[in-house]
Design a protein around this ligand. Structure first.
Ligand code: SOE
Length: 359
């Protein structure tokens, strides 16, 4: 996989995460670009390795670059993705794919027309035990799923002093907490269960109307009831103001035969239970499905985590560029899917009613 050359636009926290994953995949990180060369040089200085800093235009014009990773604030995702696709690049674009479902649909169509690989980092699919849950539920081991519930809680915006571009609707989009992290939860539960969310009934709350000097209209909390296409019910709580919860994505599925639960912050174990038995499944590749074992780069007892699932995702994107695509890979159409769910959630909160998610 060493023949792939990558460039990154964006030098914030996610730019750094992508840079690590690119290097771990064995690809060459050719250059990085940011909103200004000076700022990009400053912010990439702590990446622990030197990457040439260039302008966005120069990065897109560089014929040696096969794939562009877009890690800039949300309002720039559409513009840079269009430019990268027009430049003939494969694209990895951070989520949310765009600020509206219309833009997300347009990007999905453009990528398909151009025949480029276009992926979105719904990386939690790549925890080996999430793949194990997917494979057990997909084989029918849990029986028909009738309940899906959980939460995604963070605390990095718990104080009114906590500021970030994500809180501003202009740069982050109309939905913040749901779009930023609720989208991950919906993606992972739809993937694991094989079900589709058909309707949502949501309430949202903005705990701090101002943060520092910024006035905030985007939601800190979303509480969402769900209906799935097989008749299953669900419930999701999303919050970025839950002290002590750092990045806790938790889901639990109950089926006719078994239940399964996973906590992103404890990714070395998964809970699997029937009415007669309760099991803590350990990430030991010797006892997992072939698909889950394949993502388990380390033996049991050598903890894997967030950066490993991110590296698995980037390596899989590059495998697709090299011609072999696997079912797990989240593409722009998955970004479009979650954009449609986000819009339904926001509409439901506004109208105080159940809203159908565009299929
Ligand atoms: C910030 O909320 C953030 O970095 C998200 O943007 C990521 O997608 C999530 O994985 C961790 O939290």
């Amino acid at each position: 996989m060493t023949s792939i050359s990558a460039g990154i636009i964006g030098t914030g926290m996610m730019g750094r995460v992508h840079a690590d994953a690119i290097r771990r995949s064995g690809a060459i990180l050719v250059a990085v670009a940011g909103s200004s060369i000076d700022r990009a040089t400053d912010s990439s200085a702590d990446w622990r390795f030197k990457v040439p800093v260039v302008s966005v235009e120069a990065l897109l014009a560089d014929r040696s670059i096969d794939v562009v990773h877009i890690c800039v604030p949300n309002h720039l995702h559409y513009e840079y993705s269009v430019a990268a696709i027009e430049a003939g690049k494969h694209v990895v674009c951070e989520k949310p794919l765009a600020l509206t479902p219309e833009q997300a649909a347009d990007l999905t169509a453009r990528a398909a027309r151009a025949g480029v690989v276009a992926t979105i980092p719904f990386v939690y699919r790549y925890h080996p035990l999430v793949v194990e849950a997917h494979s057990r539920v997909g084989s029918g081991d849990a029986g028909r799923i009738h309940l899906v519930h959980g939460s995604y809680l963070q605390d990095w915006l718990s104080s009114s002093d906590d500021e970030n571009w994500r809180v501003e609707a202009q740069r982050g989009g109309d939905s913040r907490a749901f779009s930023d992290i609720g989208s991950h939860w919906c993606d992972v539960v739809e993937w694991v269960s094989g079900l589709r969310i058909t309707e949502v009934s949501a309430s949202t709350s903005t705990v701090f109307n101002t943060r520092g000097s910024v006035s905030v209209a985007t939601e800190d909390i979303a509480s969402v009831n769900l209906r799935f296409d097989n008749g299953a019910l669900g419930a999701l709580v999303v919050s970025q103001v839950s002290p002590g919860r750092k990045n806790r994505l938790y889901f639990e599925l109950s089926g006719a035969v078994a239940s399964v639960a996973f906590d992103q912050e404890q990714p070395e174990t998964m809970w699997w239970a029937t009415t007669a038995t309760t099991t803590t499944v350990i990430r030991d590749p010797r006892f997992l499905s072939a698909e889950a074992a394949a993502l388990s780069a380390l033996p049991a007892g050598h903890p894997m985590g967030y950066s490993d699932c991110f590296a698995n995702f980037v390596a899989d994107t590059y495998r697709a560029i090299a011609g072999s695509t696997r079912d797990v890979l989240p593409t722009f159409s998955d970004g479009l899917r979650t954009a449609r769910i986000s819009v339904a959630v926001m509409e439901s909160a506004r109208s105080n009613s159940w809203v159908t998610v565009t299929p």
